[in-house]
Design a protein around this ligand. Structure first.
Ligand SMILES: O=C(O)c1cc(C(=O)O)c2c(n1)C(=O)C(=O)c1cc(C(=O)O)[nH]c1-2
Length: 246
């Protein structure tokens, strides 16, 4: 099949198609989580592992920030660091995720240590950080485009979890509220950048591959959670084990 140069809007349609078929809202673990089908230990395992993803987001944004060529681009990307790290007065996303973890009954010190995460969580998240560090700026920006699809899953998750788990409160899920405005702002900028700069067949194929890669990063974290905490229940040595907690 010959691949031709796409118009910017055709490129956007292909990117959206990747989301429609590969984004992690489709994963069976998320279906169980959002439908209220998990027990507290399984929800804790999700929150504890996902903390590692949150904690590394500022690291990946900082490596990209260092390589951005203009003040305008750096200003735009710097906002993400503040969103995740806070500004010293308002807590950022990483601190808010720790509150979520505490709200589902975890010891925040254990979560913050990241010592009990699944090996596959670490490998997947580190692969994302390294991808952003090692690939072109265009591919790095494109890899953030899963955020185009996150407002829908966040809305579904918050309403599903509040309806499905009596022990989860709106305060516990407060992490997600600012994301509903931050993610669209982030992804609108990233999408505009990608549509403008992916101006050769090769670059267009690179950005499509970057988004597929990122979907794989998110998907494989849920595969690992499913294998360890749903079925067949293979908890790796040293990883969080709800059966021996509390
Ligand atoms: O709740 C979710 O399903 C979800 C998905 C994603 C994503 O699609 O990568 C992000 C987030 N949340 C999120 O909270 C977040 O801070 C974030 C940053 C990024 C990124 O790639 O820079 N993705 C996401």
């Amino acid at each position: 099949m010959t691949v031709r140069l796409l118009l910017p809007d055709e490129l956007e349609a292909e990117l959206r198609q990747i989301g429609a078929t590969r984004y992690h809202n489709l994963h069976p673990f998320h279906r169980l989580l959002h439908d209220g089908k998990l027990n507290q230990g399984q929800v804790q395992a999700w929150a504890l592992n996902r903390y590692y993803y949150q904690s590394q987001i500022p690291a990946k944004d900082a490596t990209l920030l260092a390589r951005l060529p203009t003040a305008e681009l750096r200003r735009e990307w710097r906002r993400r660091l503040v969103d995740h790290d806070g500004d010293g007065s308002v807590p950022g996303g990483v601190a808010r995720w720790l509150k979520l973890a505490e709200g589902v009954g975890l010891d925040p010190a254990l979560v913050e240590s990241t010592s009990a995460i699944l090996p596959a969580t670490r490998f997947a998240v580190d692969a994302y950080v390294h991808f952003v560090r090692d690939r072109s700026v265009l591919e790095a920006v494109a890899s953030s485009l899963t955020e185009m699809f996150s407002p829908t899953i966040i809305a579904e998750r918050v309403s599903g979890m509040l309806a499905g788990y009596a022990w989860i409160t709106p305060e516990t899920l407060a992490y997600f509220t600012p994301r509903l405005t931050q993610a669209p702002q982030d992804s609108e900028f990233a999408l505009g950048f990608v549509k403008k700069h992916a101006d050769t067949v090769e670059r267009q194929q690179q950005v499509l591959a970057a988004l597929r890669f990122k979907c794989d990063v998110l998907w494989s974290q849920l595969d690992a959670l499913y294998l360890a905490y749903v079925a067949p229940g293979l908890v790796p040595p040293g990883a969080f084990n709800p059966a021996t907690q509390s």
